[in-house]
Design a protein around this ligand. Sequence first.
Ligand code: URA
Length: 262
Amino acid sequence: MFRPAEHSFPDMGYWEMKAALEWQVSMGADEAILEAPVDRTEAKAPEPIVEEQVQAAPALNAVAVSEQLASAAENLDALRAAMEGYEHCELKLGARQLVFADGQPNTRVMIVGEAPGRDEDLQGKPFVGRAGQLLDLMFSHIGLARTSPDRKRALYITNVLPWRPPQNRDPKPDEMAMMLPFLSRHVELVNPDILVAMGNHACQALLGKRGITRLRGTWCEAFGKPVLPMFHPAYLLRTNEAKREAWADLLSLKARLRKDVP
Ligand code: URA
């Protein structure tokens, strides 16, 4: 993966440099000119890559690497460290920090969102911006909170992707695929009774399905756990009329928690 020397453009981040380079290419710049002239009559042809070099380069299988790292993580601290050290997701280059999780690992309900936004990237915690405030308010109405030390009232919150996508763009399928083994292990280690999939991307990751308008409120299963798909709170902020359905889903979650008393 290309990682520019940090000292060469101290004021530019990775995505800004990438955008500047892409702009130059779109303007027709197809050759890098050096500061000193190059006598091309003297220039040597590049050394051919010999077969041994090709064979020596390890085949990069980002998913296989994340599977291996995730399964070796014996607890949440180890999982976080494994994700911190994972170098195959390009999003890491543009993000300020890893956003791992928030709330109580000793919980019955684990919420899975999409990816950090600006506020989450700054604070290193999921769902701390406006959508997060609405999420806290929604779950407080059924007696659940990320700050509650009581397992029956607690929440644990994470995302499919732990790094903020540039300009909050949608996650790409390969990014979701390479981070899925970490999410699967995360669920295994927390071992909640119920998963809540917030929005389309969480449904795609957990259930392999999209279409939240149809899916929401219908109990499904992933990683051996019941999953409740719900509208994402960012969508609820823009769509007042969907709040009624979100309320119905919260009541369905409350009823299921009562019914499945462990
Ligand atoms: N939206 C998400 O899906 N996750 C966050 O952490 C914040 C906003």
